[in-house]
Design a protein. Structure first.
Ligand code: NDP
Ligand code: 1BO
Ligand code: 1BO
Length: 319
């Protein structure tokens, strides 16, 4: 791992997936990264040592991500050393829409394969659906049919691994019953303010790697100012952001923090070669008042017409 050391990832800088492929432990998030995205992606890879970028068609920045990747590769980084994730949006959750959606994503990213393609949310939306959805805008989702198509993308070498996001234990069990290629990764909201232990345990049982999204608590519930996180950071002479990311790595999840500030992009990958001591790790696990930031309510709930009338229903009553 000498070369990985040289770019700052350290010797434990990746996790191994069920497929045998590796996923770098820290990736750059790109949701709401806006017009700075290409610059952030290039900075992350070429200057900070990231080898993993997380994006999605829904973020509206895939062309920008593609420009940033291209700039980094023109600077000498090999495609095979990068790990690029994208996601299939809810309007495309029908078997005949999967491959065209992936092809559009590849074109926008200027790539000929993805390392990981994820179902973004397990709910199908009608084209042009409102937020929140109006009556009839949340459609039936053929999970098995869509997964077959995802499997076809792996078989044809267009994506190396496939996975899901925002799944419940119930949905994961249903998928595991019919999948020929099991999901390699499950991406979920996770930080000390929402540990999400139930799905985490289910994933461990099935050997599915978990990536923690919104690992800093996102912009809505940024935990960098939490007094306990600050206290641990001061004690270890690290930043609160680094403590939150290191906490997630020590739990066994990869992380995809988003920043568009160069100094934070660099700070967020300096999370190797040191540890949060057990007592502080456990104290961080004990942060009270756990709550999701992303409830899915504004995307999928129609309180009058359903089919999901509350966030509780979105999460199959498992929260
Ligand atoms: P994060 O938890 O990564 O937090 C991002 C926020 O924290 C931004 O406001 C950022 O501001 C700030 N920030 C970044 N670094 C630091 C730091 N070191 N100290 C303090 N604040 C910091 O939130 P996201 O919700 O963006 O999640 C990360 C990524 O996960 C997304 O970008 C996306 O790629 C993925 N994701 C996937 C989802 C899914 O459904 N599969 C859902 C949500 C996210 P600034 O940019 O100004 O630095
Ligand atoms: C609306 C998409 C949530 C972030 O992945
Ligand atoms: C193509 C984006 C590079 C800017 O730093």
């Amino acid at each position: 791992m000498a070369s990985a050391q040289a770019v700052g990832q350290g010797e434990r800088g990746h996790f191994v997936l069920k497929s045998g492929h590796t996923i770098p432990a820290v990736g750059l998030g790109t949701w709401r990264a806006g017009s700075d995205t290409a610059h952030s992606v290039r900075t992350a890879i070429a200057e900070a040592g990231y080898r993993h970028v997380d994006t999605a068609a829904q973020y509206g920045v895939e062309k920008e991500v593609g420009r940033g990747l291209k700039a980094a590769m023109e600077g000498g980084i090999n495609r095979k050393d990068l790990f690029v994730t994208s996601k299939l949006w809810c309007t495309e959750l029908a078997p005949d829409r999967v491959r065209p959606a992936l092809e559009k994503t590849l074109k926008d990213l200027q790539l000929d394969y993805l390392d990981l393609y994820l179902i973004h949310w397990p709910f199908r939306l009608k084209d042009g659906a409102h937020m929140p959805p109006e009556a009839g805008e949340v459609l039936e989702f053929d999970m098995e049919g869509v997964w077959r198509e995802m499997e076809g993308l792996v078989k044809d070498g267009l994506v190396k691994d496939i996975g899901v996001c925002n799944y419940t234990v119930a949905k994961l069990n249903r998928l595991m019953r019919s999948a020929n290629v099991p999901p390699a990764v499950c991406q979920m909201e996770m930080h000390p303010g929402w540990k999400n232990d139930r799905i985490f345990e289910a994933c461990k049982k099935h050997g599915i790697h978990v990536t923690a999204y919104s690992p800093l608590g996102s912009s809505e519930k940024n935990l960098a100012h939490d007094p306990l996180v600050e206290k641990v950071a001061n004690k270890l002479d690290k930043t609160p952001g680094q403590v939150l990311l290191r906490w997630a790595l020590q739990r066994g999840t990869s992380v995809i923090p988003k920043s568009t500030r160069d100094e934070r992009i660099k700070e967020n990958i300096q999370v190797f070669g040191w540890e949060i001591p057990e007592e502080d790790f456990r104290a961080l696990c004990g942060i009270k008042d756990e709550k999701r930031v992303l409830t899915g309510e504004e995307l999928f709930v129609n309180k009058t017409h359903g089919p999901y009338k509350s966030a509780t229903e979105v999460w199959d009553h498992e929260d």
